[in-house]
Design a protein around this ligand. Structure first.
Ligand SMILES: NC(=O)c1ccc[n+]([C@@H]2O[C@H](COP(=O)([O-])OP(=O)(O)OC[C@H]3O[C@@H](n4cnc5c(N)ncnc54)[C@H](O)[C@@H]3O)[C@@H](O)[C@H]2O)c1
Length: 514
């Protein structure tokens, strides 16, 4: 659905009005707080003591986004490691004026002391002389678990990018090892550290949207993401990489790092061996958000269709797409059943309290790029590209609703909050206060995620918002959806899959593979 700028502005003001009204004490605190917004929202403080000595493993696109956002007053980057010479170099010089400015711009002269390693193994061999305490891992999916396990084994705290791992068995192994060693294991689903999502989740938690029966999430693009021409571009642009990786291909060392070829390392997202498809790359974030909006519950069942319906079919799209040899699907459509607020499997009526979440991702149309729409019986919440939250009231007997109506939050007779609507062109004072307290620039949560990671390490308090267990649930949703599409089945989630102490996992479950 495309909204006019005026309708969007109303939706934003509505969201701010209701946040401003329902969280007014909190918002007042935010306005006067000395610490950063993230600290206030997510319950941590400024770091006392030394910054956490950290290394980045994997300095490609995402590693560099994280380096750009890393909190220099909580984290001291002492080393980086990457297999690709070109990526090691650009980590210092930067590759984007805003999103990836590079170590020199972010750290200033301190960047000169950052040590450089050509693999995670070389880095780990030097961990003692570096005084290393923690690592941030941003490598291809198939290497998340092996590298995280090596780092945990070496006694290092780990922040690993999402999806947590390629299998649920690997997720359980990672959590068990981190528990055994008493180390932090955080996973990079950054919506857990987004102020925007925290406020949106507060509204759903308070029941202000009414009963949520449907969430529609999507990530649609009209390019070949994951980028199938990356390989050709890279091959031309980086002769030094080519030389190094060709040698590693020939002497077998690239294989030891988990890649059959340089192509598999560069275009890892396209192959089942190295990536997890659109569901793992994109859908996992959004299912994570959907489960938060539904009360941090686990889903009951999933079914779906996925197909390689565009790339590799001569005659469709541009000629460059015809010889695309990706394994992964370019269109996926998935339906999850979640338990509603009153769901009870043992009660005939309450068993029907199901909330449906649909997810789609495709490469051929970006009419609605990415976001989540939450359809409640009292209001609709639209989260768009992690940057905007819009709220619209449902019409009721008492007052109208829809995309033209401004919401007014009022106290109900029982002390709760109800949504009313009114016709005026200006946002309320509460809306303005909430907007101011959310900050001028909406943070996607990367900085707060790293601040909290360091804070938990320094204080020894494992209060991570996206720890191994939370992230494993996200991985179970994404990986089981992949299995449902692969086996063309409706799969019921078993509680034991979510239990770290159980060895049950979807990938070996007879219901799934039988
Ligand atoms: N949280 C988010 O929103 C988000 C967004 C994009 C990517 N990601 C995740 O970040 C990770 C990396 O994605 P990307 O886009 O940066 O990929 P990328 O291909 O650009 O970068 C990966 C880097 O890892 C390096 N690498 C691989 N194995 C290594 C090893 N053993 N030692 C050292 N370096 C090694 C590669 O050489 C490469 O430079 C993926 O898991 C992806 O899912 C998360």
């Amino acid at each position: 659905m495309q909204l006019t700028p005026e309708q969007k502005a109303i939706g934003k003001d509505n969201f701010n009005e209701v946040v401003g009204f329902t969280r007014r004490d909190f918002i007042r605190g935010a306005a006067g707080a000395g610490a950063g917004l993230g600290a206030l929202y997510f319950g941590y403080e400024r770091l006392r003591g030394e910054r956490v000595r950290t290394a980045f493993i994997g300095c490609g696109d995402e590693g560099n986004v994280l380096i750009n956002e890393h909190p220099t007053d909580y984290m001291q980057i002492v080393a980086i490691a990457d297999l690709r010479p070109a990526n090691r170099k650009r980590t210092f010089t930067g590759s984007h004026p805003v999103a990836r400015r590079g170590l020199k711009a972010v750290m200033g002269p301190e960047a000169d002391s950052v040590k450089v390693f050509s693999s995670h193994r070389d880095l780990l061999a030097a961990k003692d002389e570096l005084g290393l305490e923690a690592v941030v891992i941003a490598v291809p999916l198939n290497q998340h678990a092996p590298i995280a396990m090596e780092c945990l084994d070496a006694g290092l705290h780990v922040l690993c990018e999402k999806l947590m791992a390629k299998t649920v068995t690997q997720c359980k192994d990672m959590i068990r090892l981190a528990d055994k060693k008493g180390l932090m294991l955080a996973v990079g689903h950054q919506r857990h550290y987004s102020v925007l999502y925290a406020n949106a989740a507060y509204l759903t938690e308070q029941g202000l949207l009414g009963d949520i029966k449907f969430i529609r999430a999507q990530w649609h693009r009209n390019n070949s993401f994951p980028n199938s021409d990356a390989w050709q571009k890279w091959d031309k642009a980086h002769p030094q990489d080519r030389e190094v990786l060709t040698k590693m291909e020939q002497d077998g060392s690239l294989k030891e790092f988990g890649y059959d070829s340089a192509r598999k390392l560069i275009d890892w997202r396209l192959y089942n061996e190295t990536g997890g498809g659109l569901m793992a790359e994109l859908g996992s974030h959004q299912l994570d958000a959907a489960s938060i909006f539904l009360g941090k519950v686990h889903p009951l069942a999933v079914q779906g269709y996925g197909g390689k319906n565009f790339f590799g079919i001569p005659g469709l799209g541009p000629e460059s797409a015809w010889d695309d040899d990706r394994d992964i699907d370019d269109q996926i459509f998935v339906t999850f059943e979640f338990p509603g607020r009153l769901y009870n499997p043992n009660d005939e009526q309450a068993r029907r309290d199901i909330s449906v979440v649909t997810y789609s991702s495709m490469n051929t149309n970006r009419w609605e790029p990415y976001g989540e729409a939450v359809f409640g019986s009292r209001a609709t919440l639209i989260m768009s590209t992690e940057k905007e939250a819009l709220l619209y009231k449902e019409a009721s007997k008492a007052s109208p609703g829809g995309i033209e109506q401004r919401i007014w939050a009022i106290e109900s007779a029982d002390g709760g909050t109800v949504l009313d609507s009114y016709e005026t062109s200006a946002p309320s004072a509460a809306a303005s206060a909430a907007a101011a307290a959310m900050g001028q620039k909406i943070s996607r949560g990367y900085r707060e995620e790293m601040e909290h990671f360091c804070y938990c390490i320094r204080t020894g308090r494992n209060e991570l918002r996206c720890d191994g267990r939370v992230a494993m649930a996200d991985a179970i949703m994404a990986l089981t959806a992949n299995l449902a599409m692969k086996h063309r089945k409706r799969i019921e989630f078993r509680p034991s899959w979510f239990d770290v102490d159980s060895d049950d996992v979807p990938e070996t479950d007879p219901q799934v593979i039988g």
